[in-house]
Ligand binder design. Structure first.
Ligand code: PMP
Ligand code: GLU
Length: 382
């Protein structure tokens, strides 16, 4: 075919997380059950009251276009949530509701990245950061930050073309939470080089110990931090596609044009569900958190007993990122092909993740136990 598809999409690497989920789904349809420790999609049923709120809104006629920026009541609820969690006060005018955190990320990058700009992205880091930078015409540059932030490395990666830095805490895939001191260093670095910071905090409600230092809460940082957040992980609402941006004062009106010309708005009834979810936060989220913590503790203990696996329970999230004394791609393939357990090689999250396996503890506890039994039985080698 002589007509070519645009390089913009043709050159993208497929999403390793999404592809693995599709593979598990296809296997299930053909009658083969693979235990999914691969996708960050919690096995939480959306609370029925949240579903009722969506239904009520639809029946009441909220089936039209709505405000592009999001329902004022939802933006107010988001502002209250953000003030409680990070202590930072936003005006609802600085919040944009998006279809999921992934689109919030793309929207933020659309708002700041020009063709030819460089954006620093964390490694190991979530698989969509680099591709979203590329979709905006920018070039992602990997910053290795597995267990510490190397100041010299930061400085060596920056150039006149560097426009922004993506920072994610708690980290997908490791569950690590950056300390207040680390956040202060990064904010200081961004100030010295006048960079935007895109701060992805979608796992911040799943904190199992300590405190959660938010980039936007560092002194003077709010004006350069674009906060990406989502209800997906917190409430078991991945399929609802509900996320948001909390933006530096005065930037939302301009960035909103991208929403106007693309999705126009998030469906109003989905936003009504989100308002209900946020109102149920204290009732629902502590229980979800305890459930994930229990799974992390249990799996950490069992994996630590397997030859060649070293595992530590992370401070947050539902991910484990054990190191394996073998090639991570081979280990993931061995488990998928020989014991029907789907995980992701750490190197899918960038070369700094090599030698690790990402396990998402989001299946049922019975399936998790079965997967751990199988892994304990076969170990690392095929
Ligand atoms: N950021 C990170 C680090 C993630 O792991 C995810 C998971 N999908 C997202 C953002 C976006 O999530 P969603 O689009 O479901 O809100
Ligand atoms: N973020 C989740 C994961 O890392 C879901 C898939 C995706 O959006 O990449 O598994």
């Amino acid at each position: 075919m002589s007509r070519k598809l645009a390089e913009r999409v043709a050159s993208l690497k497929p999403s390793a997380t999404v592809e693995m989920t599709e593979r598990v789904r296809a296997a299930r349809l053909s009658g083969r059950k693979i235990i999914p420790l691969s996708s960050g999609d919690p096995n939480i049923e959306t609370d029925p009251r949240i579903i009722v709120a969506a239904e009520r809104a639809m029946r009441a006629g909220d089936t039209h276009y709505g405000p592009a920026q999001g329902l004022p009541a939802l933006r107010e609820a988001i502002v209250r949530r953000e003030a409680l969690r990070s202590g930072v006060n936003y005006d609802p005018a600085d919040v944009i509701v998006t279809p999921g955190g992934k689109f919030a990320l793309l929207t933020a990058l659309m708002g700041i990245v020009e063709a030819g700009d460089e954006v620093l992205v964390p490694e190991p880091g979530w698989v969509s950061y680099g591709p979203c930078v590329r979709l905006c015409g920018g070039t992602p540059l990997a910053l290795s930050m597995l267990d510490h932030i190397d100041e010299e490395l930061l400085e060596s990666r920056v150039s006149a073309r560097t426009k922004a830095l993506v920072l994610n805490s708690p980290v997908n895939p490791t569950g690590r939470v950056f300390s207040a001191q680390e956040i202060a260093h990064i904010v200081g670095f961004a100030e010295r080089h006048d960079l935007w910071i895109v701060f992805d905090q979608v796992y911040s409600d799943l904190l199992h110990e300590g405190i959660f230092p938010a980039a936007q809460a560092a002194p003077g940082a709010q004006e350069r931090v674009l906060v990406v957040d989502s209800l997906s992980k917190t409430f078991g609402m991945t399929g609802w596609r509900l996320g948001y941006l909390a933006l530096p004062k005065g930037t939302a009106k301009t960035i909103l044009k991208f929403i106007q010309h693309s999705i126009y708005c998030v469906p109003g009834f989905i936003q009504s569900a989100a308002i209900e979810a946020l109102s149920l936060y204290d009732e629902l989220v502590p229980g979800y958190r305890r459930m994930f913590r229990h799974r992390l503790d249990h799996a950490t203990e069992r994996l630590s007993a397997v030859d060649g696996i070293a595992c530590r329970r992370p401070q947050a999230s539902f991910y484990l990122f054990p190191s394996v004394a073998a090639d991570d791609v081979e280990v993931a393939r061995h488990w998928l092909e020989n014991i029907d357990v789907a995980t992701l090689p750490g190197s899918s999250f960038g070369s700094a993740g090599a030698g690790h396996i990402r396990m998402s503890l989001t299946c049922s506890e019975t399936d998790l136990d079965e997967a751990l039994d199988r892994i304990s039985r076969v170990g690392l080698a095929a």
